[in-house]
Design a protein. Structure first.
Length: 155
């Protein structure tokens, strides 16, 4: 990975991605967080679909210095960001967020992230907004923050 210091890039950015309500993830990923000894800030959305319980749209595991408090057991969606999947017209498509990290990652790393996130269940992608328990007030904050993170489609 050379001189790429992901933590430095993310902390300088203010970890904007972690201020989008937090990730959605599977029961297996949730259990890894709990078994690693972290407090349970999760809520079940549906069978094998969980989300973080955020306040003001901020991931509850985000440290004050904008680093991830559960880095070693963070969900797949977090590991692969700024690459993220969307379901459009019944087909999974992949996008690269134009956050500071998305602008500097090597193409090989982006390709690997796309390959890894392709394992992300379609069910979670489809349900993550329609079944979310994020409050309306927090959702308004998240929508404002999303405007800063424009994405481009990747092949």
């Amino acid at each position: 990975m050379g001189d790429l210091n992901i933590l430095a890039v993310c902390t300088k950015c203010g970890a904007k991605c972690c201020k989008l309500g937090g990730s959605n993830f599977s029961t297996k990923e949730r259990n890894a967080i709990i078994h690693a000894g972290y407090p349970d800030y999760t809520k079940e959305i549906s069978t094998n679909h969980w989300e973080f319980i955020s306040k003001k749209g901020i991931c509850p595991y985000l440290n004050k210095n904008n680093s991830c408090g559960i880095y070693e057991v963070r969900p797949l969606a977090c590991k692969c960001f700024p690459v993220h999947p969307e379901i459009k017209n019944g087909k999974k498509e992949y996008y690269l967020s134009q956050c500071p990290l998305g602008k500097i990652l090597p193409k090989e790393m982006i390709s690997q992230m796309k390959k890894d996130i392709s394992k992300y269940p379609d069910k979670i992608i489809k349900e993550r907004l329609e079944k979310s328990n994020i409050s309306k007030e927090d959702f308004v904050l998240i929508k404002k923050r999303l405007k800063d993170l424009k994405s481009i489609k990747i092949k």
